[in-house]
Design a protein around this ligand. Structure first.
Ligand SMILES: O=C(O)C(=O)C[C@H](O)[C@@H](O)CO
Length: 268
């Protein structure tokens, strides 16, 4: 029995758009709720959310058997962190802040077992191999890992051809918030100058035959990126959804009129 088939990776290879939702509430309960909504993927964020390895395990477990594919974003692209994320069972990783071919090649090696990489062999202890109950996990794991790299700086854009053409990189994600900040538009990913670079980058990634991805809360922009060929697009995040909904409910209540009882209402 081989490593589980990575259907998300397969969908990207076939050019089938995958719609995602960012998860930053760092708990299994809300991830399970989000997974029930039917998103193609959920991003479990360990860069900007208070996620540690045990919490990520609980979120992966909450997603098991749902239609949503789990993608983990580690806090940084470090080989030892990637080893842990793969061993707990993530098959798709989104690595932040990649800005050179050298880093892209290092990440490819980090997600592969020798001789094609340097991933440490701990499958006998790992959730990834169903605790060693997948007898052929070691020889089949590499092929079912989907490696997505984030380009989100001017240096990254400069190196985009090199990054996207690196063998073993399955997709490149443009981080609009950090790219905007690095371009001098902190808090303004919608600035025309930033949007122009985003669209050029999405085209360049596809020119190398790789999947292009992005996160954007503006649904019309999300649709535009899909029309431009992006195939893994996140359209929101759990924190903002919860914060906005709770604020709106109280505002709505404060502004609501009390219902007027029907004229013939009997008080007793
Ligand atoms: O730079 C970006 O944009 C991203 O990488 C996504 C953000 O990190 C996400 O947390 C929303 O702000």
């Amino acid at each position: 029995m081989p490593a589980p088939k990575n259907l998300f990776k397969q969908a990207l290879k076939e050019g089938r758009a995958q719609i995602g939702l960012w998860q930053a509430l760092a708990n299994a309960y809300t991830v399970e709720i989000s997974a029930g909504a039917g998103y193609d993927w959920l991003l479990l964020d360990a860069e900007h959310a208070p996620n540690d390895v045990p919490l990520l395990v609980s979120q992966l477990q909450a997603m098991k058997g749902t239609a949503s594919h789990a993608i983990i974003r580690p806090p940084i692209g470090e080989t030892w962190i990637i080893k842990q994320m793969l061993d707990i069972g993530a098959q798709t990783l989104l690595i932040p802040m990649v800005d050179s071919r050298e880093m892209a090649e290092t990440m490819v090696k980090a997600v592969r077992y020798p001789p094609h990489g340097v991933r440490g062999v701990g499958a006998a202890l790992a959730r990834a191999s169903a605790f060693n109950r997948i007898p052929d996990y070691l020889p089949t794991a590499n092929d079912e890992i989907c490696l997505l790299l984030q380009v989100e700086s001017r240096a990254g854009l400069e190196a985009l051809d090199a990054i996207a053409s690196t063998e073993g990189v399955d997709g490149v994600f443009i981080g609009p918030a950090d790219l905007a900040a690095d371009m001098g538009y902190l808090g303004g990913p919608g600035a025309p100058e930033v949007q122009a670079e985003v669209e050029k980058a999405l085209a360049k990634i596809q020119a190398h035959g790789k999947a292009a991805g992005i996160l954007i809360g503006d649904l019309s922009l999300a649709k535009r990126y899909l029309e431009l060929g992006a195939t893994f697009v996140a359209i929101g995040n759990d924190v903002t959804l919860l914060a906005n909904a709770t604020t709106k409910l109280l505002d709505d209540f404060k502004n609501a009129e009390a219902a007027k009882p029907p004229a013939d209402a009997k008080v007793y």
